[in-house]
Design a binder for this molecule. Structure first.
Ligand SMILES: C[S@@+](CC[C@H](N)C(=O)[O-])C[C@H]1O[C@@H](n2cnc3c(N)ncnc32)[C@H](O)[C@@H]1O
Length: 454
């Protein structure tokens, strides 16, 4: 008698749910780190994947965890409104990961088409696994059941752009840009940004190979899918990831071939690479050793080389002055919320005031490093006037030798209403509309080209 092979175990509901548990656990941990410990998502994700709690997760589960986190953050206002409806006594204090479990569970139910039995069962298991949340397992079950039954109607009754923008940012954007534009900005954050590449050459060829599109300024746009390191051309250094708007400031320096250019605040080096490819002799300065290491790795992959200096660019004084300077200053990054949906929950008005102080010191030092007649491009990926328009106006008031060198209509974005009126570049995340939201948008950037007369 031959021993018959045991029949494959039929997938049971419970087993299926356990299969999805590690991805949900990772999502709740990531949300906990961002929302309760105020850590940037990219940092926690990096640590979790490189040897941390996501190290052993298959690619599919990693992608699911990232999608749950992205949806939870992008739609947090709507989801919170639904949860608050059903949390009669509010959220209990000292409940460990209870809130991230509810937030991510409701995100799956309301926005990700996850079947209720799976999303609810997995959320209850997560609560039972956390010593501080486990006494609330019945609450998780009851609240998420009500979310599944009645939540969609509540969420649908809210304006998603307004509901998912925290008041501090909404109020700022209404003050700075008016309500209609604030609404357009907020609406653009509901969709994940596409992925733009700056290519060394042959944009059409790369767009075809990578199933992307060539944008009017020459960047190649892809949908944000897959591991970028595995795409053709990455390891050969044929292109690098850089939002179409982020590729504009370095180009505003004009012809830099053979010129001595300082790239202050240079890491991870997207703009350094552009300057090097344009033939400049670049000194790349950054105060972070870790980020300079990343810049060196990136340049090496691209087959490029710059002199690198680890220094505080607000006080750095080399012996020789520069023909041109790019100051891409540290900022609140509110122009990049489409790709960093954690920013609204990590930054505050106080951070913006502090960053504006640092930017002013960086600008003053940059001016002192510029040869008379030299060009300085100051840029930030921020939508806040304190980090852009007001910063440049204050610099010009402090220093009468500084003038705006206006964008010409034939330069990228030089024919926009904005550039025509002020000579500066100001982009918004709702600009560059292609045929669908997934392919549209750009980072919100500010950039001014300045000259020093005497
Ligand atoms: C907006 S990022 C620069 C991005 C870069 N230009 C690019 O295109 O890839 C700002 C950089 O400024 C650096 N930084 C912050 N404060 C600085 C300072 N006081 N001196 C020099 N670098 C600084 C940060 O480490 C960070 O790498």
């Amino acid at each position: 008698m031959t021993a018959s092979k045991p029949a494959p175990e039929a997938p049971s509901r419970t087993r299926d749910h356990q299969v999805g548990l590690p991805a949900r656990r990772a999502a709740a941990n990531l949300l906990n780190a961002v929302l309760q410990k105020k850590q940037p998502l990219d940092d926690v994700l990096g640590r979790a994947q490189d040897g941390g709690y996501m190290f052993d997760l298959p690619a599919r589960d990693r992608a699911l965890a990232r999608a749950i986190v992205g949806t939870s953050l992008r739609r947090r206002g709507q989801i919170d409104a639904v949860l608050n409806n059903f949390l009669e006594r509010g959220l209990p204090a000292k409940a460990g990961t209870l809130y991230p479990i509810l937030l991510s569970g409701a995100a799956q139910l309301l926005l990700m088409n996850v079947p209720p039995h799976a999303a609810i069962d997995l959320a209850v298991r997560l609560a039972q696994w956390d010593p501080r949340a486990k006494r609330y397992d019945k609450l998780v079950n009851a609240v998420l059941r009500r979310v599944a039954d009645k939540g969609e109607g509540i969420a649908a009754g809210l304006d998603p752009a307004r509901a998912n923008t925290p008041d501090w940012l909404w109020d700022r954007w209404v003050r700075a840009w008016g309500e209609a534009r604030a609404h357009q900005i907020a609406a653009s954050h509901l969709v994940e940004a596409p992925r733009d590449l700056t290519v060394k050459s042959d944009p059409e060829g790369w767009a075809e190979r990578l199933e992307g599109r060539v944008l009017p300024s020459g960047s190649v746009r892809l949908l944000p899918k897959g591991r970028i390191e595995e795409f053709p051309g990455f390891s050969d250094g044929e292109w690098w990831v850089q939002d179409v708007a982020a590729a504009l400031p370095a180009r505003m320096l004009g012809d830099v071939a053979g010129k001595r250019v300082a790239d202050l605040c240079a890491a991870p080096g997207g703009k350094t690479a552009q300057l090097l490819l344009a033939g400049a002799d670049v000194v790349a300065v950054d105060n972070s050793a870790t980020r300079l290491k990343l810049l060196n790795e990136n340049l090496k992959r691209l087959g490029l080389a710059a002199e690198t200096v680890q220094a505080d660019a607000a006080t750095w004084q080399p012996e020789e002055r520069f023909d041109a300077i790019l100051l891409d200053a540290p900022c609140s990054s509110t122009g990049t919320i489409r790709r960093h949906p954690d920013i609204p929950y990590l930054k505050s008005d106080k951070d913006i005031a502090e960053l504006a102080g640092l930017q002013a010191r960086l600008l003053d030092n940059a001016v002192s490093l510029l040869k008379p007649g030299g060009r300085l491009v100051y840029s930030t990926c921020s939508l806040e006037p304190e980090e852009g328009e007001a910063q440049v106006a204050a610099l010009m008031a402090r220093n009468p030798a500084i003038r705006i060198h206006p964008l010409r209509p034939d330069e990228p974005f030089g024919d926009t209403e904005w550039a025509k009126a002020s000579g500066i570049l100001r982009t918004f995340p709702f600009q560059l509309q292609l045929d669908s939201p997934e392919w549209s948008g750009m980072d919100g950037f500010f950039a001014a080209r300045l000259t020093r007369e005497g």
